[in-house]
Design a binder for this molecule. Structure first.
Ligand code: AMP
Length: 113
């Protein structure tokens, strides 16, 4: 996979406001927040989008969801948050390293835009 903004953040080539990190994943604040809390959770494994995930990514994908739950709870938003994955340009994906948007701190409308 080619280098992306997010692989550069993992490698500390560009700065980010990091919220959480372990061997599997990195969580940092979105530079253009759409809610009072807007974090991005990414796997360290370079995978460009959800549709590129393979059966052996099952553990990593489950790990990210459970980690998102923990990070939101630690931020005081364990009861009300939204997770979003934009898959492909038609769905609004602009950075091609899989990421989960984690949004909280305001009322969320439905349907999403
Ligand atoms: P998406 O449109 O789903 O691909 O989301 C990409 C997200 O990355 C957007 O919400 C951007 O605001 C965010 N973003 C872009 N560059 C950075 C950066 N250097 N640090 C943190 N977030 C970023």
């Amino acid at each position: 996979m080619t280098e992306t903004l997010f692989s550069k953040i993992i490698n500390r080539e560009i700065p980010a406001d990091i919220v959480y990190e372990d061997d599997e994943c990195l969580c940092f604040k979105d530079v253009n927040p759409q809610a009072p809390v807007h974090y991005l959770l990414i796997p360290k494994k370079p995978i460009d989008r959800l549709t590129s995930a393979m059966p052996d990514d099952q553990y990593m994908l489950g790990y990210l969801l459970l980690k998102a739950k923990q990070i939101m709870a630690d931020a005081g938003h364990g009861d009300a948050f939204r997770l979003v994955i934009n898959n492909g340009p038609g769905a609004g994906q602009t950075v091609f390293h899989l990421h989960i948007h984690m949004l909280a701190g305001r009322a969320m409308g439905w349907p999403p835009g």
